[in-house]
Design a protein around this ligand. Structure first.
Ligand code: HEM
Length: 133
């Protein structure tokens, strides 16, 4: 990997992920906002029902990772361009990497571990596939 160029890889990633994000975000918005009932239909049952489906789990995780890495890489460029004091620049980059990693880990955990049928919850708040207590 002698000729690997990190800045070039980042430049290509921003163009590729940007194109994919347009498709993912508009699908996300239309499924959540244009389905029956519109934004008013978004409640626990709606979200838990979606996240019980492996297709939407992988869709959401792809959107989460791409949006966060795309946003963080863009922010890295802004920090490198505008922050002149070396120590402050390094500190901001560390904070950026830490907050991005934390959000990726927490978001991924939510998507794959959310319990759609929490015990003891009123049946009318849960997705229709939950067993009635
Ligand atoms: C009016 C605008 C929006 C609404 C009403 C909305 C609604 C929702 C809802 C209901 C969920 C949970 C269920 C699901 O997966 O669909 C969700 C999750 C998510 N949304 Fe949105 N969204 C909006 C805009 C956006 C935008 C612009 C992005 C990205 C740039 C985005 C990224 C995500 C991600 C990554 C998740 C999964 C989060 C996780 O649990 O880790 N959303 N959104």
């Amino acid at each position: 990997m002698k000729n690997f160029n990190l800045e070039k890889a980042g430049w290509l990633f921003m163009r590729g992920s940007g194109a994919v994000l347009i498709v993912l975000i508009f699908t996300h918005l239309s499924v959540n906002l244009l389905s029956d009932g519109g934004v008013k239909a978004i409640d626990f049952a709606f979200v838990a029902g979606k996240l019980a489906n492996p297709f939407w789990q992988w869709f959401d995780v792809t959107l989460l990772w791409l949006a966060l890495i795309h946003g963080a890489n863009g922010m890295r460029t802004v920090i490198n361009d505008y922050v002149l004091r070396e120590k402050f620049r390094k500190g901001l980059l560390v904070a950026l990497v830490a907050s991005t990693a934390l959000l990726i880990v927490m978001g991924t955990l939510v998507v794959f571990t959310l319990d759609p049928c929490p015990v003891g919850s009123p049946a009318e708040l849960l997705p229709s596939f939950c067993p009635v207590a």
